[in-house]
Design a protein around this ligand. Structure first.
Ligand SMILES: [Zn+2]
Length: 326
């Protein structure tokens, strides 16, 4: 079995960075707060479903891919929450972590959630989304003629699945194993050899388009500097001899800089110069800024004076070994 590990989506990391820094007075504060809540819930739901794969006993060789983003010929993206693919068939899974009562309207193609207090809200219809993915996969897998199935999984066990069309099965996460076993029975004939399967999976992975960070906000809208986690990121920390100290509660940390620089990477840009470092993090001396940039051995381009440092992905992890205490 080959089961990929689901990474925290870039959108979630971006929203988390923004949450630490966006001022509560910002007109879009509650909008981003709500988006973070939804994306975070979505990710938690997906992780819950992911655990099921570890328990799967499959009679066929299989792969499980998460968050596969593929572009169709019109350059519109298909984001597949999970794609299960084995030698006999493939299964596209759309995962929803929505609480309350869900009604899927076949005519309006809307998904309506009713909360216990009676509040009604609209959500993108997972069934329509899945049908769209199935159409697309049919086109790109033509050479392999592998049967394609779809399913919508509700990851919140207390959600009530009310009205829904019969086009695509929709069930709770607890029903996944049973559903897979029914598909193993339905498609008992292998279409692909193990080698062809691996080849097809590789083709899909080659087509994968990593997601991009949302359009940057004007940096004047969020708090700059290294912010104190002890003060809910509301007060600034000052740099003194390699250590950051909170001006309000005097909490001191060396490593907190990694998180702050990661916020910078998500919210501002993925490169930094000596001047930009001083401005954003409120460091007075150019020499001190230089020492910081050198210490972490960031890759750079440009000559000494105009040097541009490139901040690696997974910055917090990248920077960890460079701290004194580690
Ligand atoms: Zn503090």
């Amino acid at each position: 079995m080959n089961i990929a590990i689901r990474d925290r989506p870039l959108k979630l990391l971006w929203l988390e960075a923004l949450k630490r820094r966006l001022s509560e007075e910002d007109p879009d504060f509650s909008y981003y707060h709500e988006r973070l809540r939804r994306v975070d819930a979505g990710f938690a739901g997906e992780r819950k479903v992911d655990r099921e794969w570890l328990e799967l006993v499959s009679p066929y060789t299989f792969f499980v891919m998460h968050n596969l983003i593929l572009m169709n010929s019109a350059q519109h993206s298909h984001q597949l929450d999970t794609l299960f693919i084995c030698t006999n068939f493939m299964l596209v899974i759309e995962i929803k972590n929505i609480s309350g009562r869900l009604d899927f309207d076949d005519i309006t193609h809307q998904c309506i959630r009713t909360k216990p207090d009676g509040t009604v809200e609209g959500f993108p219809n997972a069934i329509t989304q899945t049908l769209r993915h199935l159409q697309f996969l049919k086109v790109i897998s033509q050479n392999y003629s592998l049967p394609i199935e779809g399913a919508v999984i509700i990851s919140n066990p207390s959600t009530i699945i009310a009205g829904h069309p019969k086009t695509i099965p929709i069930f709770h996460v607890s029903g996944l194993q049973k559903h897979l076993h029914s598909l193993f029975k339905k498609y008992s004939q292998a279409i692909l050899s193990d080698k062809q399967l691996t080849q097809f999976v590789q083709q899909l992975l080659n087509r994968h388009q990593p997601s991009k960070t949302p359009a940057p906000l004007d940096p004047s809208r969020f708090r700059q500097g290294v912010l104190c986690p002890n003060c809910q990121y509301k007060s600034q920390m000052h740099y003194a001899r390699g250590i950051w100290i909170c001006s309000r509660c005097h909490y001191a940390s060396e490593e907190i800089f990694a998180e702050a620089l990661q916020d910078y990477r998500y919210l501002v840009r993925s490169t930094i110069t000596n001047k930009q470092l001083r401005e954003f993090f409120n460091i007075h001396s150019s020499d001190a800024a230089n020492r910081i940039l050198k210490k972490f051995q960031f890759p750079f381009t440009g000559s000494y004076k105009n040097r541009v440092y490139h901040l690696p992905e997974n910055l917090v992890e990248y920077m960890r070994p460079f701290f004194r205490s580690s």
